[in-house]
Design a protein around this ligand. Structure first.
Ligand SMILES: [Zn+2]
Length: 251
């Protein structure tokens, strides 16, 4: 017997309503673009929630921060459109600003209660060696929100009134070192690469080609022995896996 016999891992490919929460305007495409496009083709209703404005994403000090943010928003909208995403919510926090995890979890819970997704997809905050605070904090705030959005007194601002309750059934984490779900993305691979390419300020020219080669190598490695060519990998869990559960790392 193992934990999944008591607590089955939800099937990401059966998701009907998905909320994809990304720290920066390009994370969803890089981590899960093929899967998002595939779910859209299956009829899944996909909403994006982009937390920061991406304004740290330049090596050029002469460019104004707000111009970087404006450009990255346009690129994010174009990328999401390529994948068929239905709705895009921008929270607009400053990129690299060390968001307050508790406040952010409350705001994300507000979006979850409004969108009512059956599953949430986001970066894995438990990735070892992750140095970017936005990834650690957004990932952690997102999983906290998934665990607590069913609790009426989990709020952003200590509101004494009970909030709407929503039960997220599954959480799919990308950029994960502990995958338990491998999605066949052969049919949507080109859409993923096109969506990454839409972020021209981040991936262009020879850099883009190098990234594409690496993504291809990694996707083929993840698919090895599974009967298809390219995969994206996720750690898929339920809210119950994400509290006081010593076996979750092995699920
Ligand atoms: Zn990022």
């Amino acid at each position: 017997m193992e934990l999944s016999d008591f607590l089955p891992i939800p099937e990401l490919e059966k998701c009907k309503k998905l909320l994809c929460i990304q720290p920066h305007p390009d994370d969803n495409e890089v981590g899960a673009g093929g899967t998002i496009a595939k779910l859209v083709k299956f009829g899944c209703d996909v909403t994006y929630l982009t937390i920061t404005d991406g304004s740290m994403g330049t090596l050029e000090a002469r460019v104004k921060r707000e111009d970087v943010a404006a450009l990255r928003r346009k690129e994010a909208e174009a990328a999401a459109q390529i994948l068929g995403v239905g709705r895009h919510i921008f929270l607009g926090l400053v990129d690299g600003s060390y968001p307050n995890e508790q406040e952010l979890a409350g705001r994300i819970a507000g979006v979850i209660r409004e969108v009512e997704p059956d599953m949430v997809l986001t970066v894995d905050p438990f990735l070892p060696y992750e140095a970017h605070p936005d990834h650690r904090k957004v990932g952690m705030a997102a999983v906290e929100a998934c665990v607590f959005s069913v609790f009426p007194y989990f709020h952003s601002y200590n509101d004494p009134e009970p909030a709407k309750q929503w039960n997220v059934q599954g959480i799919a984490l990308y950029n994960t070192a502990y995958p338990n779900t491998f999605i066949n993305v052969d049919d949507t691979w080109e859409l993923k690469l096109d969506s990454v390419g839409a972020h021209q300020s981040q991936f262009a020219g020879a850099d883009l080609e190098r990234f594409k080669m690496y993504f291809d190598f990694k996707a083929r490695q993840l698919a090895e022995g599974r009967g298809f060519t390219r995969a994206e990998a996720f750690k898929v869990l339920t809210p119950l896996h994400l509290h006081a559960n010593v076996d979750t790392i092995h699920c």
